[in-house]
Design a binder for this molecule. Structure first.
Ligand SMILES: [Zn+2]
Length: 59
């Protein structure tokens, strides 16, 4: 079967790599992750959001 398609949250680029070839950040599976109390993606989401806000000088 095909490999999972990952998505870069920074530039919305799709790739099969775990690192975006364009901006070198970690890519995620675009479909919503299964619910988990530990929420593995929370830290990643916050980190990306922080980066975004910093770029816009809002952080
Ligand atoms: Zn990227």
């Amino acid at each position: 079967m095909a490999e999972h398609i990952h998505k870069c949250l920074t530039d919305l680029h799709y790739t099969i790599a775990k690192l975006c070839p364009l901006c070198n950040t970690t890519t995620v599976l675009p479909r919503p992750p299964k619910f988990s109390l530990q929420d593995k993606y929370a830290a990643l989401r916050r980190e990306e959001k922080k980066k975004e806000l910093k770029e816009k000088k809002l952080y």
